[in-house]
Write a protein that binds this ligand. Structure first.
Ligand code: SB7
Ligand code: NI
Length: 188
Protein backbone atom coordinates (compact mmCIF):
# COMPACT_ATOMS: atom_id res chain seq x y z
CA UNK A 1 0.00 0.00 0.00
CA UNK A 2 1.29 3.45 -0.94
CA UNK A 3 1.44 5.97 1.93
CA UNK A 4 2.54 9.62 2.04
CA UNK A 5 6.01 8.55 3.21
CA UNK A 6 6.46 6.68 -0.08
CA UNK A 7 5.84 9.79 -2.18
CA UNK A 8 8.96 11.70 -3.16
CA UNK A 9 8.92 15.48 -2.99
CA UNK A 10 10.08 18.45 -4.99
CA UNK A 11 13.86 18.48 -5.27
CA UNK A 12 14.12 14.72 -5.75
CA UNK A 13 15.87 14.12 -9.09
CA UNK A 14 13.46 11.36 -10.20
CA UNK A 15 10.72 13.99 -10.57
CA UNK A 16 12.80 15.62 -13.31
CA UNK A 17 13.57 12.45 -15.29
CA UNK A 18 11.95 11.16 -18.44
CA UNK A 19 10.41 7.88 -17.33
CA UNK A 20 11.02 4.65 -19.25
CA UNK A 21 8.49 2.87 -21.47
CA UNK A 22 7.04 -0.26 -19.90
CA UNK A 23 7.34 -3.69 -21.59
CA UNK A 24 4.48 -6.17 -22.03
CA UNK A 25 3.48 -8.56 -20.69
CA UNK A 26 3.89 -6.63 -17.47
CA UNK A 27 6.31 -8.01 -14.92
CA UNK A 28 4.73 -8.90 -11.58
CA UNK A 29 6.48 -5.86 -10.17
CA UNK A 30 5.04 -3.45 -12.76
CA UNK A 31 1.56 -4.94 -12.38
CA UNK A 32 1.72 -4.45 -8.62
CA UNK A 33 2.95 -0.88 -9.09
CA UNK A 34 0.05 -0.05 -11.43
CA UNK A 35 -2.49 -1.59 -9.05
CA UNK A 36 -0.96 0.19 -6.05
CA UNK A 37 -1.16 3.54 -7.84
CA UNK A 38 -4.86 3.07 -8.58
CA UNK A 39 -5.47 1.88 -5.03
CA UNK A 40 -3.79 5.02 -3.68
CA UNK A 41 -6.03 7.39 -5.62
CA UNK A 42 -9.13 5.44 -4.63
CA UNK A 43 -8.11 5.32 -0.95
CA UNK A 44 -7.18 9.00 -1.00
CA UNK A 45 -10.81 9.84 -1.86
CA UNK A 46 -12.23 7.66 0.89
CA UNK A 47 -12.87 9.56 4.13
CA UNK A 48 -12.11 6.57 6.39
CA UNK A 49 -8.87 5.69 4.60
CA UNK A 50 -7.73 9.34 4.63
CA UNK A 51 -8.24 9.47 8.38
CA UNK A 52 -6.71 6.09 9.10
CA UNK A 53 -3.59 6.46 6.97
CA UNK A 54 -3.24 10.25 6.86
CA UNK A 55 -3.51 10.36 3.07
CA UNK A 56 -3.57 13.50 1.00
CA UNK A 57 -6.40 13.43 -1.54
CA UNK A 58 -5.51 13.28 -5.20
CA UNK A 59 -7.34 12.42 -8.40
CA UNK A 60 -4.16 10.98 -9.88
CA UNK A 61 -0.69 9.67 -9.15
CA UNK A 62 2.21 8.78 -11.43
CA UNK A 63 4.86 6.07 -10.93
CA UNK A 64 7.80 8.52 -10.72
CA UNK A 65 6.13 10.03 -7.64
CA UNK A 66 6.88 6.79 -5.82
CA UNK A 67 10.42 6.93 -7.20
CA UNK A 68 9.78 4.50 -10.05
CA UNK A 69 10.59 6.25 -13.32
CA UNK A 70 8.22 4.18 -15.44
CA UNK A 71 5.47 5.37 -17.82
CA UNK A 72 2.50 4.40 -15.66
CA UNK A 73 -0.12 6.49 -13.89
CA UNK A 74 -3.59 6.12 -12.41
CA UNK A 75 -6.58 8.45 -12.34
CA UNK A 76 -9.76 8.10 -10.33
CA UNK A 77 -12.82 10.31 -10.13
CA UNK A 78 -15.50 9.02 -7.84
CA UNK A 79 -19.27 9.47 -8.05
CA UNK A 80 -19.16 12.69 -6.03
CA UNK A 81 -17.89 14.50 -9.11
CA UNK A 82 -20.00 14.39 -12.26
CA UNK A 83 -17.18 12.54 -13.96
CA UNK A 84 -16.95 8.85 -13.15
CA UNK A 85 -13.68 7.59 -14.41
CA UNK A 86 -11.06 5.19 -13.15
CA UNK A 87 -8.07 4.20 -15.23
CA UNK A 88 -4.54 2.93 -15.35
CA UNK A 89 -2.52 4.40 -18.23
CA UNK A 90 0.64 2.62 -19.36
CA UNK A 91 2.85 4.19 -22.06
CA UNK A 92 0.18 6.88 -22.55
CA UNK A 93 0.19 9.50 -25.26
CA UNK A 94 -1.94 12.37 -26.48
CA UNK A 95 -2.79 11.65 -30.12
CA UNK A 96 -4.66 14.91 -30.74
CA UNK A 97 -5.85 17.93 -28.82
CA UNK A 98 -8.07 20.98 -29.15
CA UNK A 99 -6.69 24.41 -29.93
CA UNK A 100 -8.82 25.64 -27.05
CA UNK A 101 -7.19 25.57 -23.62
CA UNK A 102 -8.63 25.29 -20.13
CA UNK A 103 -7.36 25.82 -16.60
CA UNK A 104 -8.55 25.36 -13.05
CA UNK A 105 -9.41 28.71 -11.48
CA UNK A 106 -8.07 27.32 -8.18
CA UNK A 107 -4.77 26.34 -9.84
CA UNK A 108 -3.21 22.90 -9.43
CA UNK A 109 -1.49 21.10 -6.62
CA UNK A 110 0.70 18.03 -6.48
CA UNK A 111 1.28 15.25 -3.96
CA UNK A 112 5.00 15.85 -4.50
CA UNK A 113 4.77 19.58 -3.73
CA UNK A 114 4.30 20.57 -0.08
CA UNK A 115 3.42 24.18 -0.74
CA UNK A 116 0.73 26.07 -2.57
CA UNK A 117 1.92 27.42 -5.89
CA UNK A 118 -0.63 29.98 -7.03
CA UNK A 119 -1.37 30.58 -10.68
CA UNK A 120 -3.19 29.33 -13.73
CA UNK A 121 -1.84 26.19 -15.39
CA UNK A 122 -2.81 26.22 -19.07
CA UNK A 123 -3.90 22.82 -20.41
CA UNK A 124 -5.59 21.60 -23.58
CA UNK A 125 -9.36 21.71 -23.13
CA UNK A 126 -9.91 18.40 -24.96
CA UNK A 127 -7.53 15.57 -25.69
CA UNK A 128 -7.71 12.24 -27.46
CA UNK A 129 -5.40 9.78 -25.75
CA UNK A 130 -4.07 6.31 -26.28
CA UNK A 131 -2.62 4.09 -23.58
CA UNK A 132 -2.32 0.45 -22.60
CA UNK A 133 -4.17 -1.13 -19.72
CA UNK A 134 -2.76 -3.61 -17.24
CA UNK A 135 -3.44 -6.53 -19.59
CA UNK A 136 -1.50 -4.87 -22.39
CA UNK A 137 -4.60 -3.95 -24.35
CA UNK A 138 -4.45 -0.58 -26.06
CA UNK A 139 -7.38 1.81 -25.58
CA UNK A 140 -8.27 5.18 -26.97
CA UNK A 141 -10.52 7.82 -25.37
CA UNK A 142 -11.52 11.44 -25.50
CA UNK A 143 -11.30 13.52 -22.34
CA UNK A 144 -12.42 17.00 -21.39
CA UNK A 145 -12.85 19.02 -18.22
CA UNK A 146 -11.05 17.93 -15.06
CA UNK A 147 -10.13 14.45 -16.37
CA UNK A 148 -8.36 16.05 -19.35
CA UNK A 149 -6.46 18.38 -17.03
CA UNK A 150 -5.51 15.57 -14.67
CA UNK A 151 -4.36 13.35 -17.55
CA UNK A 152 -2.04 16.13 -18.73
CA UNK A 153 -0.75 16.70 -15.18
CA UNK A 154 0.13 12.99 -14.87
CA UNK A 155 1.60 12.69 -18.37
CA UNK A 156 3.84 15.65 -17.52
CA UNK A 157 5.19 13.68 -14.52
CA UNK A 158 6.36 10.95 -16.92
CA UNK A 159 8.35 13.62 -18.75
CA UNK A 160 9.85 15.30 -15.69
CA UNK A 161 7.55 18.32 -15.91
CA UNK A 162 5.92 19.88 -12.83
CA UNK A 163 2.63 21.82 -12.98
CA UNK A 164 4.27 25.07 -11.93
CA UNK A 165 6.59 24.94 -14.96
CA UNK A 166 3.53 26.08 -16.94
CA UNK A 167 2.65 29.07 -14.72
CA UNK A 168 3.44 32.50 -16.14
CA UNK A 169 6.29 33.67 -13.88
CA UNK A 170 5.65 37.40 -14.46
CA UNK A 171 1.92 37.21 -13.79
CA UNK A 172 0.67 33.85 -12.48
CA UNK A 173 -2.95 34.91 -13.03
CA UNK A 174 -2.50 36.42 -16.48
CA UNK A 175 -5.44 35.69 -18.74
CA UNK A 176 -4.86 32.60 -20.88
CA UNK A 177 -5.81 33.18 -24.51
CA UNK A 178 -8.58 31.01 -25.94
CA UNK A 179 -9.13 29.24 -22.63
CA UNK A 180 -12.17 28.17 -20.62
CA UNK A 181 -11.84 28.48 -16.85
CA UNK A 182 -12.97 25.45 -14.83
CA UNK A 183 -14.23 25.86 -11.28
CA UNK A 184 -13.74 22.97 -8.98
CA UNK A 185 -15.31 22.65 -5.57
CA UNK A 186 -12.83 20.31 -3.85
CA UNK A 187 -9.24 21.17 -3.05
CA UNK A 188 -7.34 18.09 -4.17
C1 SB7 B 1 -4.90 19.24 -9.76
C2 SB7 B 1 -4.36 18.16 -9.14
C3 SB7 B 1 -4.01 17.03 -9.88
C4 SB7 B 1 -4.20 17.05 -11.22
C5 SB7 B 1 -4.73 18.14 -11.84
C6 SB7 B 1 -5.09 19.23 -11.11
C7 SB7 B 1 -3.42 15.80 -9.23
C8 SB7 B 1 -2.70 16.03 -7.95
C9 SB7 B 1 -2.03 14.79 -7.45
N1 SB7 B 1 -0.80 14.60 -8.10
O1 SB7 B 1 0.30 15.14 -7.64
C10 SB7 B 1 -0.68 13.67 -9.11
O2 SB7 B 1 0.47 13.80 -9.85
NI1 NI C 1 1.43 15.71 -9.39
Amino acid sequence: MILMKDIIREGHPTLRMRSEEVAFPLSDEDRKLAEDLLMYVKNSQDEEMIEKYDLRPGVGIAAPQVNQPKRIFALHFDESSDENLSLIAINPKIVSHSVERSYLTSGEGCLSVDRAVPGYVPRYARITVKAFDIEGKEYKMRLKGLPAIAFQHELDHLNGIMFFDHINPKNPFAEIPNATPIDRSSGD
